[in-house]
Ligand binder design. Structure first.
Ligand code: ADP
Ligand code: ADP
Length: 219
């Protein structure tokens, strides 16, 4: 579960996020939709404590993200696809993460399999990956600790239509097994088929939120 209450972020005189509130419940996918620069990444980074809010609070499973014991086992993050070290292979990237998180080594192959990176791809260095492959690797990293919550910033960027279809199935299954998903995108078509609820943000403010059916009925 994710609870965001009246989060704001100002950079000097510029307001990136203003008074944003929403909840993400277990068993649901929440689509966080808005144009580039609307404040999605800033909000997600505040939820995870990477960006300090100017005002407001956010909790994950009822506590401040930074106070979660072993956060990687509870929350899978994909905030910056391509932030993986370019000189490591996909498998090395996951093996190192698994070691840091204290998850069993077998999870590396399970997660590579789950995101559709085969042995050849997993053996290549990240610098040779396409954005879509880096998104898959980032998702594998997010899934490694078998978390109950996923926070994914624009995970569909760089995926081809088949990849988007595949990810939709993965996220739907994750939520149907009781997981909580917060998924951002600047494209309605990337979230409408999978999200149960939508939070629409524009210029830092929530402009609409509700069930997908409710919101799309008005479009
Ligand atoms: P989105 O993820 O929806 O594309 P962002 O959260 O990245 O939007 O950005 C929201 C606004 O905040 C933009 O106007 C952006 O330029 C600004 N912003 C984001 N990060 C910073 C920063 N570190 N310093 C100054 N402005 C920032
Ligand atoms: P090592 O595994 O050798 O400790 P480091 O993490 O110190 O590697 O990084 C080695 C070099 O790679 C540094 O110059 C760092 O800035 C650069 N680097 C690390 N991650 C990235 C990235 N995602 N994109 C580009 N350069 C990176």
């Amino acid at each position: 579960m994710i609870t965001v209450e009246r989060l704001s972020k100002r950079y000097g005189r510029h307001t990136a996020v203003e008074d944003v509130s929403f909840h993400c419940e277990p068993g649901t996918v929440t689509g966080f939709l808005g144009p580039n620069g609307a404040g999605k990444s800033t909000t997600m980074r505040m939820i995870c404590g990477f960006t300090p809010p100017s005002a407001g609070t956010a909790t994950v499973n009822n506590v401040d993200y930074r106070q979660l014991p072993n956060p990687g086992r509870q929350v899978g993050l994909l905030l910056d696809a391509g932030a993986q070290h370019p000189g490591r292979t996909g498998r090395e990237t996951l093996t190192l993460s698994a070691k840091i998180m204290g998850v069993p080594r077998r999870r590396v192959d399970e997660c590579l399999d789950q995101v559709g990176l085969n042995a050849v791809a997993a053996g290549r260095r990240v610098r040779a990956y396409s954005l879509g492959m880096r998104q898959r690797l980032g998702l594998a990293q997010a899934l490694l600790g078998d978390p109950r919550v996923l926070i994914l910033d624009e995970p569909a960027n760089g995926l081809d239509p088949e990849g988007i279809y595949w990810m939709r199935g993965l996220l739907r299954d994750f939520a149907d097994r009781g997981g909580t998903v917060l998924l951002s995108s600047h494209l309605l078509r990337e979230v409408e088929a999978v999200a149960d609820r939508l939070v629409v943000i524009g210029a830092g403010r929530v402009v609409a939120q509700g069930s997908r059916d409710e919101l799309l009925a008005g479009t």
